[in-house]
Ligand binder design. Structure first.
Ligand SMILES: [Mn+2]
Length: 499
């Protein structure tokens, strides 16, 4: 072995050696977990969902390893900048716990996305610990739930600690009950160390209590929050992540088309909700990514309307804000359409203003502005287009136009999108967008009953158009482009025609 390392090897010998190592590692991974019980779909049990080498659909073991080493690198860079070079670090990222609506009745489980991003484990009550020594060597240790025959009979198999290291491709796996002991013993043998834990948003109460107790051992300023470093990595999507987001958008676009074509006066908001939910799941979505807004008539002016329990009448529009989650990645789309398939003059006029501003903002993404700049641009453009339509006086100042537009659209025009709907919220809105990021573009106009800005025939109208946009070097790519938004397309689909 020593000879191999010290001998000069040619490039092709090295490539051969690498191939051999990868092959050996792959077969070791495979043989050591294929007979084990794994608490989530695997290539062996769900070959319709996963390919060989993937831990979750499209995301390979290599990609998860790369994510962890990227986190380590960015943490070391940040520590060096803060004058803390060559220390030991301990990163703790807990999984979520199951939440219950009442006695033993669980809500649908949703994993902590920071944990899922780093290790791909979909089980509750686990914890990822990454240790970095003062020489920069790092190890990932996954703590999983212990065997429990009774619980597994009721809830299905878990990934036992002895199988987790091979399946999730981490350096070591241990039972959860060992976590506290592990943390204390690390601290004991690495006195000069820094703890990285998101103490601001406790994900798992029991683990949080353990870690807060442990934090006391670190003294003042010896702990940091890894969230913003992690979110900065999550901000840039890999090709596999882009493929998953594209699929989530394609599913949503088709579901919108089906929902628009079944619209007719008298239909219930709940029925439109059920339709979009059904059409998403039938195409492979896990579930809707958030409670959708299905707002008929003047309920569209209530931005967070999710009661979805009224009927939509003749000459009213429906505003639907819905998206789905596809193997951990979310879409977020809004369309507004006349329930009878024909826009009235006022609806058409406001829709065209929103549509025009929407297109202009997507084009602007090619100049890589920040989300803050996009918001300012939306206010300016909305005000300007309304004024050109003779709706905001003859020659108002730019300041007045922007103020009026802000009153008519009181929400942000954009947010980052990815594993979460409001993805990577710790990344500032003043960050310039860059290739690899995915954002929403969602201008709207809401004229509520009390609004004095527009003539009274416009009151009660609420219109939003929202698309999901991938930023690339060659310009913005609208991932939700298959969802119709042009007035002619919408009228055709709702009236029962096809595109
Ligand atoms: Mn949105």
């Amino acid at each position: 072995m020593f000879n191999v390392l010290t001998r000069v090897v040619t490039a092709s010998q090295l490539a051969g050696l690498r191939k051999f190592c990868i092959k050996t590692a792959e077969s070791r991974v495979k043989s050591s977990y294929t007979n084990a019980k794994i608490g989530q779909p695997t290539f062996e049990t769900h070959s319709h969902l996963l390919s060989e080498g993937e831990i979750t659909p499209l995301i390979t073991r290599n990609e998860y390893q790369l994510r962890r080493s990227n986190l380590v690198q960015s943490l070391l860079t940040s520590a060096a900048k803060n004058g803390q070079p060559r220390k030991n670090h301990l990163i703790v990222i807990p999984a979520a716990s199951k939440q219950y609506m009442s006695d033993k009745i669980p809500y649908v489980f949703r994993q902590n996305t920071d944990f899922l991003y780093l290790v791909g484990c979909q089980e509750p009550d686990c914890c990822l610990v990454i240790t970095i020594s003062d020489t920069g060597v790092h190890d990932s240790i996954l703590f999983t739930r212990d065997k429990d025959e009774h619980a597994e009979l009721w809830d299905g198999p878990r990934t036992h600690p002895e199988d987790a290291a091979a399946f999730f491709s981490v350096d070591q796996s241990l039972p959860m009950k060992e976590l506290e002991k592990f943390l204390h013993s690390f601290k004991k043998s690495h006195k000069d160390s820094i703890l990285w834990y998101d103490f601001m948003t406790p994900i798992h109460q029991n683990l949080h209590n353990i870690i807060v107790g442990f934090m006391a051992e670190f003294g003042n300023k010896k702990w940091e929050n890894p969230k913003s470093l992690l979110h900065h990595l999550r901000l840039y999507k890999s090709p596999a992540e882009i493929a998953l987001l594209q699929k989530a958008c394609d599913i949503t676009a088709q579901a919108f088309i089906e929902t628009m074509s079944c619209s007719k006066p008298g239909i219930g908001e709940n029925q439109l909700f059920a339709k979009v939910d059904y059409e998403c799941r039938m195409r492979g979505a896990d579930f809707l990514a958030y409670p959708p807004v299905v707002a008929g008539g003047n309920r569209a002016t209530i931005i967070h309307y999710i009661n979805n329990n009224q009927l939509v009448h003749e000459n009213e529009m429906v505003l639907m804000d819905a998206g789905c989650e596809y193997h951990g990645y979310a879409s977020d789309v809004t369309r507004t359409w006349p329930v009878n398939g024909k826009f009235t003059a006022e609806q058409r006029q406001i829709y065209e203003v929103v549509y025009c501003v929407h297109q202009e903002l997507i084009e602007l993404c090619g100049k890589f502005p920040s989300l803050d700049t996009l918001f300012e641009s939306m206010c300016f453009l909305l005000g300007k287009r309304l004024q050109e339509n003779g709706l905001l006086g003859i020659q108002p100042s730019n300041a007045y136009l922007m103020k009026a537009a802000y009153q008519l659209c009181p929400h942000h025009v954009s947010h980052y999108l990815g594993m979460d709907i409001h993805d990577t919220p710790s990344v500032s809105r003043s960050t310039k967008i860059e290739p690899g990021m995915v954002i929403t573009i969602e201008p709207g106009i809401y004229v509520n009953a009390k609004s004095k800005l527009l003539p009274k025939e416009y009151r009660g109208l609420g219109i939003r158009i929202e698309d999901d946009v991938l930023i690339t070097v060659n310009g913005p790519v609208v991932l939700s482009r298959k969802c119709p938004k042009h007035i002619d397309e919408i009228e055709k689909i709702v009236s029962g025609g096809s595109l």
